[in-house]
Design a binder for this molecule. Structure first.
Ligand code: NAD
Length: 478
């Protein structure tokens, strides 16, 4: 069994308690993890606070901070294969996806490395005699970064990289469900040469470690990714310390296909939008809305492709879909599919556990539900699994009404060849991302975030670095 450590103040530690991590493809314990409770969480925040005020960090130039981030990006690239293997083992995400994703994790570190020395203040004209008025941008302080178990290396990069570029220090809490990739990443942080305490990486359970971290009086900003219910706790926790907040929460993203779309390319994108990462992605295109004229044609193409998806063990490069990360997750999916069928949905394919895979693993078949004219919960509830809820629409107004009908507003997809319609629809869709004739494209320079219950704030892009800065107004009487 593998044993992991966490990283506080430049040292690798055993943890004040320990817990086991289960391999989702076999249901067997494969590793033992350190658990931060109140004392270690507090120590990690205090280490970050000391580092913030220490000359070893505060005294570095912005360009030097950028160089450390570039070095971290290079180390991620050099160790990509090992990091991806660990993520596959701990989360069950298939190896061809974890390997592809690591490449752009390094790109996020490099993007923000390049921004470190482009943070400028301003000379501000004021109607006062003999007065110089300027603004300075200063690091906001200690940042608490909290991530869920899916895509942890990526979700932590969009928090750590801008925070460090801005001169902040960080305590990152890896998810208790699958902390291995981030605990291994801590070794790269150490090797890159950050001063002790600048980046601390712990793991522990939300109710104690997460609560202590987000309400800690020395924390100035919380960057949170997770579910809306957890986020409500986090918002309440920050009533104690008035920490600034970014919330990246769930989604129920609609993909709309109009009669004039290229159906072949739409079908390929739809399959990837929902079944990649076994549907465990915040931007999963989990609601498919098809215009009536092409409903049968498109649905037939998608069903045919879904049935051909190769389910297998996550470590095999030939596998196209692996298990869900936890048994709890699969139980929820089984419940919502059953409820949706009871509410009148029709099962088109899937809806069961594959019999030819290890039964202690958390496998579930790619599932498509025809939810036309129903109020099936598969149409409204975030499932975080390989379940596509399909419905029909008649015109643009109908598509917009259905697309905007959930409380979430993260991503959306639009398939049409009509430029006028594209322009009208883009303006009316209530979502932080609109992908037109494509899906799931990201870049470090593009903001990422949502509307409504998906939370607030944006990660990625130049503007996101200002979340980690605060403005000081300086008046000098000359
Ligand atoms: P979760 O909300 O259960 O847990 C997320 C993190 O919050 C974990 O590290 C957990 O330990 C911590 N936590 C739990 N209770 C806490 C508390 N009281 N105080 C502070 N921290 C606490 O989410 P999950 O099940 O691990 O992940 C799935 C959710 O994440 C889905 O809703 C998904 O849509 C969302 N997600 C969003 C994005 C995005 O960018 N919008 C990306 C990925 C995942």
């Amino acid at each position: 069994m593998k044993t992991f450590h966490y990283y506080i103040d430049g040292r690798f530690e055993d943890g004040e308690a320990r817990f086991d991590s289960v391999d989702p493809s076999t249901g067997e314990v494969w590793a033992n993890m350190p658990e931060a409770r109140t004392a270690d969480t507090d120590r990690a925040v205090k280490a970050a606070d000391r580092a913030l005020n220490d000359a070893a960090w505060r005294g570095l130039t912005a360009a030097a901070r950028g160089k450390l981030l570039y070095r971290l990006g290079d180390l991620i690239e050099q160790n990509a294969s090992d990091l991806a293997d660990l993520e596959t083992q701990d989360t069950g995400k298939i190896v061809r996806e974890t390997k592809a994703q690591i490449a752009y994790v390094a790109e996020y570190y490099r993007y923000f490395a390049g921004l470190a020395d482009k943070i400028e203040g301003r000379v501000v004209p004021v109607d006062k005699k003999d007065m110089d008025a300027t603004t300075h941008n200063e690091p906001i302080g200690v940042v608490a970064a909290i991530v869920p178990w899916n895509s942890q290396l990526f979700l932590s990069a969009v928090k750590i990289a801008p925070a460090i570029a801005a001169g902040c220090t960080v305590v990152l809490k890896a998810s208790e469900e699958a902390p291995a990739p981030l605990l291994a990443f801590a070794k790269l942080v150490h090797e890159a040469g950050f001063p002790p305490g600048v980046i601390n990486i712990i793991t522990g359970f939300g109710a104690e470690c997460g609560r202590v971290l987000t309400s800690h009086p020395l924390v100035a900003r919380v960057a949170f990714t997770g579910g809306p219910e957890t986020a409500r706790h986090v918002v309440r926790n920050t009533a104690d310390n008035f920490a600034h907040l970014t919330l990246e929460l769930g989604g129920k993203s609609p993909v709309m296909v109009f009669d004039d779309a290229d159906l072949d390319s739409a079908a390929n994108a739809i399959i990837a939008s929902i079944f990649a990462a076994t549907g465990q992605s915040c931007v999963a295109g989990s609601r498919l809305l098809i215009q009536r004229g092409v409903y049968d044609d498109l649905l037939a193409r998608i069903v045919e492709k879904a049935k051909r998806i190769r389910i297998g063990v996550p470590s095999d490069f030939a596998t196209e879909m692996g298990p869900l990360a936890t048994r709890q997750q699969r139980d929820k999916i089984e419940r919502v599919v059953a409820e949706s069928l009871e509410a009148g949905a029709t099962l088109i394919t899937g809806g069961a556990v594959p019999q030819d895979m290890p039964q202690k693993g958390n496998y579930y078949l790619p599932t498509i539900l025809d939810c036309r004219n129903t109020s099936a919960s598969a149409l409204t509830e975030e499932l975080f699994g390989p379940v596509l809820a399909v419905s029909v629409f008649d015109d643009e107004d109908d598509a917009v009404a259905q697309a905007n009908s959930t409380r979430f507003g993260l991503a959306s997809g639009l398939f049409t060849r009509d430029i006028g319609r594209t322009s009208r629809m883009v303006k009316r869709i209530r979502a932080g991302i609109v992908w037109v004739n494509t899906y799931r494209v990201i870049a470090p320079s593009m903001p990422f975030g949502g509307y409504g219950d998906t939370g607030y704030g944006r990660e990625g892009g130049v503007a996101s670095i200002y979340d980690y800065l605060r403005t000081k107004s300086v008046w000098i009487y000359t």
